[in-house]
Design a protein around this ligand. Sequence first.
Ligand SMILES: [Ca+2]
Ligand SMILES: [Ca+2]
Length: 258
Amino acid sequence: MRFIRLPIFTAMTLLASPAQAQRIFTLDFQVVVTANEVITNNVGGVLSTLPVGTLGELHIVINGDRASYPGWNTETIVAHDILEVSFSAGSINASGQPGIYPSGSPFLALQLANNDVIDTINLIRIDAIEAVLALSHPEIAFTSMVIRQDSQPGQLPTLLSSLFPPASANLQLATTRKLVIDSAINSNYSVTFTFYGMQGVQECPGDVNGDGALSPADFSAWIAAFNANLPACDQNADNVCSPADFSAWIGNYNAGCG
Ligand SMILES: [Ca+2]
Ligand SMILES: [Ca+2]
């Protein structure tokens, strides 16, 4: 398969400060170790103790406000800045570096590419969830993840339904679904995980204006979001802004937050 590297670092330079309060999404990915190429103790012995088959979970909190940018050719990609990451897998979690990483860790972006990334040479299209998580930890220098579906020529991929943070994704559709953690000292050594599950949740979707509270102002904000077809309109998380989202907003409002 011809690999196309999506310009994720370019996205970071174009991430603008959101004009309104952040809309927060959490994405949980279930992973399993499928390859362990760590052959030295350079990573503190943490990664090298993970046998194939070890189960883990990657938990990413992202700013759901869109930051789209034009890429090369006709691709359309949105990048969401990562607010928090936690990762647990076997002995990594028992090594004293588990759970929520310090806020100073330089997490980058999670980006979604949906249908519009065109490989002009092979005439294929791509759906992709990609992230680069640069962790300032001695035992994990760098991680990257990609869940990606390449279409056949003339066909559209179906992994994602939009550029909105997905509530779920059918990973069986993906042609690449890897989380790679490289050694801090020698990047030739790495552990490869494969994703086998994914779930996304928007925290407090009824708080449409993102001020951290539920109030009647969120009704006006939802109307505005509906009229402008903004992501905040989608209260039932079906990736579509429709009148059904009004009753969904009422439900989310009545359900409260936190
Ligand atoms: Ca509000
Ligand atoms: Ca909807």
